[in-house]
Design a protein. Structure first.
Lengths: 307, 59
């Protein structure tokens, strides 16, 4: 499907129809509905004037949202719960801070299209329809549902000379530190790399090549780019007493990648697609454990490393 | 049977080993926030409904 963005007259809600096209991880998203232009500054970076739409999202304001009475299939422990009614999936977003009713509800059959209802009694008029985590849930579930890719917990850097580097890690493993080190390595002969993200990267395979994409969902260093890069190897970050790079077997690598990705735990087929995609990833590029010390020597160690 | 095959037969059996890989559900499930200083995963749910007030969910 092909679409073009419409011009927005302003930010007033009443009678103001809108359409926005986003491109995240090579997924085209068209967002339409009876809401004014209101995207987060992070999502604005991923806005495109025209896009090939993979996912249609329609947004409506309603005065009341009833929580789904369907089968409860997942509770996030945070602001959203997931239910199933027939084959339809319903995400209810709620927080005690604004009341017991959902402030937002997202309904979808297969993540190729989705309906978002915003509760006008609870939300301000400038609310973002795709506010985190709704945006990220849509993209990650779309990728898993259609076996197209996976989002991982990592920082992605593109060195002008050496190409793409992906460093995966849990919180505290050193992703933001690594990002800052590369950004200000203090090595005159090394040009500053482009940072795709300091926290979330989408992986996809195109013609047997692995590509990484920046996402809007940044970390503490707040780097979020809509760019992409081909990837030749993956590093799993570990703090160490010296810089050391050791290869991982494919089985180890799949396990380590799975532990640092965002799979749809509510879906058996989505989990299977995720693991199978990760198997293809480690068949395509080698994975290494990278024990590093947090100074410029870690940058040099990664740059000078050869398989 | 050749010597080469005999050597192959004498290879020491190595039992399968279990490697434990830790999952962190609080990180793998989207929707938690870690700090109040930014939007996105770091502060996304801290800015629920655009209020700018940290709800402290999952932080």
């Amino acid at each position: 499907m092909y679409c073009e963005t419409a011009e927005f007259a302003g930010s007033e809600l009443d009678g103001n129809k809108g359409l926005a096209c986003l491109h995240i991880g090579d997924v085209g998203v068209s967002v339409s509905g009876d809401w004014g232009l209101s995207l987060s500054s992070e999502l604005e970076k991923f806005r495109v004037s025209q896009c090939d739409t993979d996912m249609d999202v329609n947004v409506r304001w309603v005065q009341l949202i009833h929580p789904s009475r369907g089968t409860k299939i997942f509770h996030s422990g945070a602001v959203w719960t997931l239910s199933r009614e027939s084959d339809e999936l319903i995400f209810d977003f709620s927080t005690p801070a604004v009341g017991r009713s959902p402030y937002k509800q997202l309904r979808t059959w297969d993540f190729s299209s989705a309906q978002i209802h915003l509760n006008s009694a609870l939300l301000p008029r400038h609310a973002w329809p795709l506010e985190y985590p709704a945006d990220e849930l849509l993209i990650t579930n779309y990728l898993a549902y259609h076996a197209l890719g996976v989002e991982v917990h990592g920082c992605g850097l593109v060195d002008p000379e050496h190409g793409g580097f992906l460093f995966l890690g849990h919180s505290g493993a050193g992703k933001s530190t690594t990002t800052r080190l590369w950004k200000s390595a203090g090595i005159p002969e090394i040009p500053s790399p482009e940072i795709l993200s300091d926290d979330r990267i989408i992986l996809r395979l195109n013609d047997s090549e692995l590509w990484m994409y920046g996402t809007p969902w940044h970390g503490e260093a707040a780097f979020a780019s809509a760019s992409k890069s081909k990837l030749n190897r993956i590093f799993i970050l570990q703090h160490g007493e010296s810089n050391k790079i050791a290869p991982l077997s494919r089985a180890q690598a799949v396990g380590e990648l799975f532990a640092r990705c965002f799979p749809p735990f509510h879906s058996a087929s989505g989990l299977q697609n995720t693991v199978e995609f990760l198997e293809r990833v480690v068949e395509t590029v080698p994975c290494y454990e990278f024990q590093f010390v947090p100074d410029a020597s870690a940058v040099e160690a990664a740059l000078s490393f050869h398989d | 049977m050749s010597d080469e095959n005999n050597e192959w037969e004498k290879k020491t059996y190595e039992p399968p080993r279990i490697r434990v890989i830790s999952l962190r559900p609080e990180e793998a499930v989207l929707g938690h926030c870690k700090s109040t200083s930014a939007a996105g995963p770091v502060g996304g749910t801290c800015h629920v409904i655009g209020s700018g007030n940290c709800q402290g969910i999952g932080s």
